[in-house]
Design a protein around this ligand. Structure first.
Ligand code: FAD
Ligand code: SIN
Length: 536
């Protein structure tokens, strides 16, 4: 019999989104379980470098931040969402400061915090903690959550699927709703039932579906796949953001060189020292990410280069060491001194702009199921996320999801009696190689065929391969006991399918989706929305 744990709310994910929601729920007296599939700090939040965007400077305006977000998003943003997030940014930053996040102080008397600049922003508006903002945010949120008597952390739990009325013992139970989830406990290998009146997905993005990524291992799109299987719509999955400047190194594959380096004057160069951004965009190094990533990709393809260079040597040792201490330390450990040498960089998959479709309250299509953070498509990012708007989205929506749940909590039914996880028809696998092989193959063809530049032919090739892998992985899943790797692979192939289908549906080039078969824009701009009833 699988163990049954019950709380008021289950939050899946302990990054900025999940912890913000949990803290707000706990502050109102609700008992919250917070799951993470590995260590509590292992999500993307801890890795964020550049900072958080907010209108904090007297010369800056909401309108300018809104406009910059919509320009980057190439006409697909939902203006209401953009306004909501931008207008709630400053209070969100204040809450973090109150929790002890030591934002870098300003350099003049009138400036409370130092504001850096990043691509696509027409003003200095990024608060940061040196070049390791995410770590400071994660630690402050964790500290507050660990101190709360209403929050119970369950690390090492891999959520498998949402429990709905389909899993109820009494099948006469009619209303469609989420009542918890099944999760694999890594230590015991047993599957638990975690039950609650509300479930919040805060599982982060899916960029590890690509061979090269700036993300930690766990960004495998689990929440997107779970919500989809539970009957929720997903949207804009074709817009996976490639960060222009990931370190190119033989051993270290996912170390980001923050956009703030370009914001502070870093220059992209070819190996012979030629600066090349002027050939691609008037905004040079500060063009939005999709433009810069495509420019680098084009130069690498044109000249057959394995990487380009990001040069900040002209900024001087004192400035570089003061502004980018984490990057300097890590690069020196790896034998590159950014004070005297340009840094070898390549684009890498960085952020999922698409995801589970949510409204301004963080509600999904399934009653009782909410989603927040990178797992969602909230309308904020459109076809391309503006730098440093992501942590902000986690903070603002984390609070609004909690408000929504609290507002309807009393009227929500407690979870029904649900069936335990059934392992009666499966055995332990004797061929783990199937998982590792399929994992490598999937990431490789996603990189080659569904990357920065796409064509109909490449997408078709990817689609065929996804279909084969999906079948093979479904058979394997049906016959063998679940493991963390198998669960991630099952989700990755689901997400790959959603990305390919969304990319095939978009017959234009917009934002992060660029195809040589349809180089122009179509009118009017439309979100890609996939409906679960039509799942292949
Ligand atoms: P995450 O922080 O990724 O957390 C996901 C959580 O879900 C983890 O706890 C994980 O264990 C858990 N989880 C996932 N699947 C399961 C499962 N099946 N079962 C149980 N638990 C699960 N954004 C900015 O705004 N500014 C920046 O400067 C910035 N820099 C970045 C630098 C890097 C290198 C990277 C990778 C991203 C950066 N981003 C930045 C993006 C930003 O960090 C992320 O979008 C954001 O942190 C996502 O937060 P989240 O809470 O949604 O998810
Ligand atoms: C970076 O520091 O370049 C990442 C910022 C972001 O992803 O928003």
């Amino acid at each position: 019999m699988s163990e049954r744990v019950e709380a008021d709310v289950v939050v899946v994910g302990s990054g900025a989104a999940g912890l913000t929601a949990a803290l707000n729920l706990a502050a109102a007296g609700r008992q919250v379980l917070v799951l993470s599939k590995a260590d509590i700090s292992a999500g993307s939040t801890s890795w964020a470098q550049g900072g958080i965007a907010a209108v904090l400077d007297e010369g800056d305006t909401f309108e300018s931040h809104i406009e910059d977000t919509m320009v980057a998003g190439a006409g697909l943003n939902d203006r209401r969402t953009v306004e909501y997030v931008v207008e709630n940014a400053a209070p969100a930053i204040e809450r973090l400061a109150a929790l002890g996040v030591p934002f870098n102080p300003g350099e003049t008397v009138s400036e409370r915090w130092h504001l850096t600049r990043e691509g696509g922003h027409s003003a200095r508006r990024i608060v940061h903690v040196d070049d390791a903002t995410g770590w400071a945010v994660q630690k402050a949120l964790e500290k507050a959550a660990l101190a709360s008597p209403n929050i119970r952390f369950l690390p090492g739990q891999v959520a498998i699927d949402i429990i709905t009325e389909r899993h109820a013992v009494d099948q006469g139970f009619a209303n469609r709703r989420a009542m918890g989830l099944y999760a694999l406990d890594r230590e015991s290998g047993r599957v638990r039932r975690l039950l609650a009146r509300a479930v919040v997905l805060a599982t982060g993005g899916a960029s590890r579906v690509y061979r090269f990524s700036t993300n930690p291992d766990g960004s495998t799109g689990d929440g997107i796949a779970m919500a989809w299987r539970a009957g929720c719509r997903v949207s804009n999955m074709e817009f996976n953001q490639f960060h222009p400047t990931c370190l190119y190194h033989s051993q270290v594959k996912n170390f980001l060189i923050t956009e703030a380096v370009r914001g502070e004057g870093g220059i992209l160069r070819l190996p012979d020292g030629t600066a090349f951004m002027a050939n691609h965009d008037d905004r040079l190094e500060l063009a939005p990410r999709d433009v810069v990533a495509r420019a680098i990709d084009a130069e690498m393809k044109r000249l057959g280069l394995p990487h380009v260079l990001l040069d900040m040597t002209h900024l001087g040792a004192a400035f570089i060491e003061q502004h980018f201490p984490t990057i300097v330390k890590r690069l020196r450990e790896l034998g590159v001194d950014p004070v005297t040498q340009p840094i070898p960089v390549v684009p890498a998959a960085h952020y999922s702009c698409g995801g589970v479709l949510v409204d301004l309250q963080g509600r999904t299509d399934l009653s009782g199921l909410y989603a927040v953070g990178e797992v969602t498509q909230s309308g904020l990012h459109g076809a391309n996320r503006l730098a440093s708007n992501s942590l902000l989205e986690c903070l603002v929506f984390g609070a609004s999801v909690a408000d929504t749940i609290l507002g309807s909590f009393e009227a929500t039914l407690p979870p029904a009696d649900v069936r335990p996880w059934d392992e009666s028809r499966v055995t332990s696998s004797d061929e783990e190689v199937v998982v590792t092989h399929n994992w490598d193959e999937l990431r490789r063809f996603m990189w080659d065929y569904v990357g920065i530049v796409r064509t109909d032919r490449r997408l078709e090739r990817a689609g065929h391969r996804v279909a084969l892998l999906r079948q093979e992985i479904a058979d394997y899943y049906g016959n063998f006991r679940v493991t963390p790797d198998l669960l991630e692979l099952r989700n990755l192939v689901e997400v790959a399918d959603l990305i390919v289908r969304s990319a095939q549906a978009r017959k234009e080039s917009r934002g992060l989706h660029y195809t040589t078969d349809y180089p122009g824009l179509s009118d009017p701009p439309r979100d890609t929305i996939l409906y679960p009833g039509l799942a292949g």
